[in-house]
Design a protein around this ligand. Structure first.
Ligand code: CAA
Length: 246
């Protein structure tokens, strides 16, 4: 398989770390961004101990200037970005009638505006080189909505709107653009949901359990090889059967 440069935003997180490892296992050179240098260097050292050499670039994806600087730093360290996984995301759950504009804006900026901020500086290079993969990590809750997540569901649904437009614009340039929509995965983000609420959610999952980050990384990797060149604008659900849209 051809070695590519892969940038996974939010790669130090639960799902992100699994995607980073799988991309490296598949022979790619991998980078991620960070906001907190100390924590990121600790993560990088832990990855190194288990055999992964991952490049780090500073940058908050919610800010256009920082995102662009982050992309340029990745290019400086590894070369042009061939594979971009827009994975960075946060929650600020609250019922809408109690939601502050700060909770709304933080989620829209980090989960949706980030997709513009990071993809914009990489897309021209992909078009010029006539090969690219752009993958959005959305959510089951962007597909079905979720009580307490008007901000998050709006951002996650928006990510797929972005996917299907960018897919059309770039199909002729050897670039595929797809979405993976994870269900509830056993990460810190999901474990932060109050236990009682979480147990009710797990009871609605036909597989009877939370997903694992590796199960999402597998779905992301599916879109990368040249054999997947015909698959663009797709939204791949990986949710244990909790929501079966078509
Ligand atoms: N359906 C119907 N009613 C619901 C409900 C639901 N799914 N969830 C909560 N309610 C009801 C409660 O029963 C309660 O009703 P009563 O007042 O009649 O008793 C009421 O809503 C509580 O509302 P409040 O505004 O007082 O809310 P709260 O401050 O207690 O917190 C919440 C509400 C923030 C939504 C909390 O229930 C929560 O955290 N829910 C989980 C949300 C969730 O699934 N987040 C996903 C995080 S993980 C993730 O996002 C990853 C991913 O992509 C899947």
């Amino acid at each position: 398989m051809t070695t590519r440069v892969a940038l996974i935003t939010g790669g130090t997180g639960g799902i992100g770390s699994a995607i980073v490892k799988r991309m490296a296992d598949n022979g790619h050179r991998v980078a991620t961004n960070y906001r907190n240098e100390e924590k990121a260097r600790e993560w990088q050292a832990q990855m190194k101990q288990v055999g992964y050499d991952i490049a780090l670039a500073k940058g908050d994806v919610s800010t256009p200037e920082e995102a662009e600087a982050m992309v340029r730093e990745v290019e400086r360290q590894l070369g042009p970005v061939d594979i971009l996984v827009n994975n960075a995301g946060i929650t600020r759950d609250a019922t809408f009638h109690k939601m502050s504009s700060q909770q709304w804006n933080e989620v829209i900026n980090t989960n949706l505006n980030s997709v513009f901020n990071v993809t914009r500086p990489v897309i021209e290079g992909m078009r010029a080189r006539r090969w690219g993969r752009v993958i959005q990590i959305s959510s089951i809750n962007g597909q079905k909505g979720q009580y307490g997540q008007a901000n998050y569901a709006a951002a996650k649904a928006g990510m797929h709107g972005f996917t299907i437009s960018l897919a059309q614009e770039n199909a002729k340039f050897g670039i595929t653009v797809n979405t993976v929509s994870p269900g509830y995965i056993g990460t810190d983000m999901v474990m932060a949901v109050p236990e009682e609420v979480r147990n009710k959610i797990v009871a609605q999952i036909p597989t009877g359990r939370l997903g694992s980050p590796d199960e999402i990384a597998y779905a992301v990797a599916f879109f990368i090889p040249d054999e997947a060149s015909w698959i663009t604008g797709a939204n791949l659900s990986a949710n244990g059967g909790q929501y079966m849209g078509w």
